[in-house]
Write a protein that binds this ligand. Structure first.
Ligand code: SF4
Ligand code: SF4
Length: 476
C-alpha cells in the first residue's frame, strides 16, 4: 500500500516538474532570454528523462524489488524535504504586517508637493514661487536650472532613441493627455447625479466598489483608512484647472482610500529605458485616470463625497497608501511590489467618506528579499538607489531613492527610465513557473536565497533591455 502511494506521489511530482520546466523553457524562448532558455532546456531534459526512467522502472517491476523500493523511499524523502524547505511558510514579519506603521521610527513630516522634482520643474524664473522655493532651498537651484535647460524632467523627449523615439513619444503623449482631460474640478470631485443617498453597509459598499473597479480595468484593488501622514501638505503642481494655487495648504477630509493598480505590459517594460517603455507608463496613467474618475462618480452617485487621485491630481502618496491597503510592500527601488504583478504596475485611487471595510497589510517577503538582492541598485545608471540596509528618513525606516540624480538621468535619455522596474526579479511575466517561484519566495527564506541566485544565473546580474514589438520599435 505504501509503495503504491509513493509511486503515485512521485509520478505526480515528476509530471508537475516536467510540465513547469517545459512551460519555463517555452516562455524563456518567447522572451528571447538565451541563458534562461538554455538552463530551462537542461532542467526540462533532466525532469523529462527522470519521468521516462521512472515510468520504465514501474513498468518492468524494478520499483517492486528491494533496491527499487529503497530508491523510491530516498527519492520521495528528498522531494518532500525539498518542497518543505522551499514552500514552508516562515514566521511572519510583524513589521510588514503593520503596514506603514511598521516603518515609522520617529516624527514624520507630511510631504510637500512643491518640493517634488516635477513641481520644481514648472517654476518660472522671477516669479514669487521661484524666489520662495530657491530662497528656502538654494541647493536645488543650479541642478534644476541645468535640468530645465535640457527640457525639463524628461529632457528632450525620446532623446535616447532618436529618430524613432519621436513616433514612440507621440504615442506616449497621446495617453498622457488623458489625465490632463480628466482633471477638471467637477470630474475630480464629482456631484451626485441621483440626488439622494443610498443606504448601504460597509461590507456591501466594499464588494460593489471593488467589483466595479475591477470591471473598469483595475488589476488590483485595496482599501485603507487614510493616514494623513501620507497626504501632501501643500499643492506644488499646476492646480489651476482645479482652482488650486501653488503653495495652497491641502487637507484630505475623507476617511478611506481605494487604491487601484493596473498592470504594465511585460514586453514593453522589458524595453526600458527606451521610449517603448514610456508608452506603457503613459498608457497606465491614462487607464488609472479613467478608472479613478468613474469610480469616484459611482461613489458620488451613492450619495457620498469622493475625489479621484490620478496623475494630474494627487493629494495622496499612493505607494504608502497601497501598502496600508494590503496590495504589497515597498521595494528598495521605491516602487510598490505586489505578489501578483511585482512592481510592474501604476497606481491611481479614490478617497471617500463612504464607509468601507479596510484590507490588512501583507507580508510577502519583499523586505527580506531586497536586503539580499540589490539588483536595482547595481543596475541603476545614475546610482540613485542605495545599497546596504534601510535608513531612517523623515521618521521612516526605508531605502531612500535619490530623486535628483534619478531625474537627471531621465532628462539625459528623454524617457522615464524604469530600468529598476525592468531588472527587479519580481517583475517577471506571470507564466506558471514564475507564479510558482513567487509563491515560494513570498513564503520562505530559503526560496528567496535560491531563486535570487537563479535569477542572476538565468537572466544575468545586469540584464539588457529587450527589443520592442514592431509597432513600438525604437531601433533606428
Ligand atoms: S528610474 Fe532609472 S535612474 Fe531612476 S532610480 Fe530607477 S534605474 Fe535609477
Ligand atoms: S531589484 Fe531586488 S533589491 Fe531592488 S526592489 Fe527588486 S527585489 Fe528589491
Amino acid at each position: 500500500m505504501l509503495d503504491a502511494i509513493l509511486i503515485f506521489l512521485m509520478g505526480l511530482a515528476l509530471i508537475g516538474l516536467t510540465g513547469i520546466t517545459f512551460s519555463f523553457l517555452v516562455s524563456s524562448f518567447r522572451e528571447k532570454e538565451d541563458r534562461a532558455t538554455l538552463f530551462g532546456g537542461i532542467q526540462f531534459v533532466f525532469f523529462f528523462g527522470s519521468l521516462v526512467l521512472f515510468t520504465l522502472s514501474y513498468a518492468n517491476g524494478f520499483l517492486e524489488t528491494a533496491p527499487g523500493r529503497m530508491l523510491l523511499i530516498v527519492l520521495s524523502a528528498f522531494t518532500a524535504a525539498g518542497t518543505w524547505l522551499l514552500f514552508n511558510k516562515n514566521g511572519e514579519n510583524a513589521k510588514a504586517l503593520a503596514g506603514t506603521a511598521g516603518l515609522i521610527v520617529g516624527e514624520v513630516e507630511r510631504f510637500d508637493e512643491r518640493e517634488t522634482v516635477f513641481a520644481r520643474d514648472n517654476l518660472q524664473i522671477g516669479t514669487d514661487a521661484y524666489k520662495e522655493m530657491y530662497g528656502e532651498h538654494p541647493e536645488w537651484e543650479e541642478r534644476d536650472t541645468r535640468r530645465r535647460a535640457m527640457g525639463g524632467v524628461v529632457g528632450e523627449m525620446g532623446a535616447i532613441d532618436k529618430p524613432k523615439g519621436n513616433a514612440n513619444f507621440s504615442a506616449a503623449i497621446a495617453s498622457m493627455l488623458m489625465p490632463e482631460y480628466l482633471c477638471a474640478p467637477h470630474i475630480i470631485r464629482p456631484m451626485n447625479f441621483r440626488g439622494d443617498t443610498i443606504d448601504i453597509n460597509p461590507e456591501e459598499a466594499t464588494l460593489r466598489v471593488k467589483g466595479f473597479a475591477r470591471k473598469l480595468g483595475a488589476d488590483l484593488v485595496g482599501v485603507a483608512r487614510i493616514n494623513p501622514l501620507w497626504t501632501y501638505s501643500h499643492r506644488g503642481m499646476d492646480g489651476s484647472q482645479q482652482g488650486e494655487e501653488w503653495g495652497q495648504a491641502l487637507e484630505v477630509s475623507h476617511g478611506y482610500v481605494i487604491v487601484l493598480a493596473t498592470e504594465m505590459a511585460f514586453d514593453l517594460v522589458q524595453t526600458s529605458p527606451h521610449t517603448s517603455g514610456t508608452i506603457e507608463t503613459a498608457r497606465n496613467y491614462a487607464e488609472g485616470a479613467g478608472i479613478s474618475i468613474r469610480l469616484a462618480q459611482f461613489i458620488a452617485n451613492l450619495g457620498y463625497s469622493a475625489t479621484a487621485e490620478h496623475l494630474r491630481h494627487y493629494q495622496s502618496l499612493l505607494v504608502p497608501m497601497a501598502v496600508d491597503a494590503g496590495l504589497g510592500e515597498v521595494g528598495r527601488h521605491g516602487y510598490l511590489i505586489t505578489k501578483e504583478l511585482g512592481p510592474r504596475l501604476r497606481l491611481a485611487g479614490v478617497t471617500t467618506d463612504l464607509p468601507l471595510v479596510p484590507d490588512k497589510p501583507v507580508d510577502i517577503g519583499v523586505d527580506d528579499f531586497c536586503v539580499r538582492c540589490e539588483k536595482c541598485s547595481d543596475c541603476c545608471p545614475s546610482r540613485s538607489i542605495p545599497s546596504g540596509a534601510p535608513e531612517a528618513v523623515n521618521g521612516t525606516l526605508r531605502w531612500k531613492l535619490n530623486p535628483e540624480t534619478c531625474h537627471d538621468y531621465w532628462a539625459k535619455v528623454g524617457t522615464d527610465c524604469n530600468i529598476c522596474m525592468r531588472v527587479c526579479p519580481f517583475s517577471h511575466d506571470r507564466s506558471l513557473p514564475h507564479k510558482v517561484i513567487t509563491e515560494a519566495v513570498t513564503r520562505n527564506k530559503n526560496a528567496r536565497r535560491l531563486f535570487l541566485y537563479m535569477d542572476d544565473l538565468f537572466y544575468g546580474r545586469k540584464p539588457k533591455a529587450k527589443s520592442a514589438p514592431g509597432w513600438a520599435s525604437y531601433a533606428s
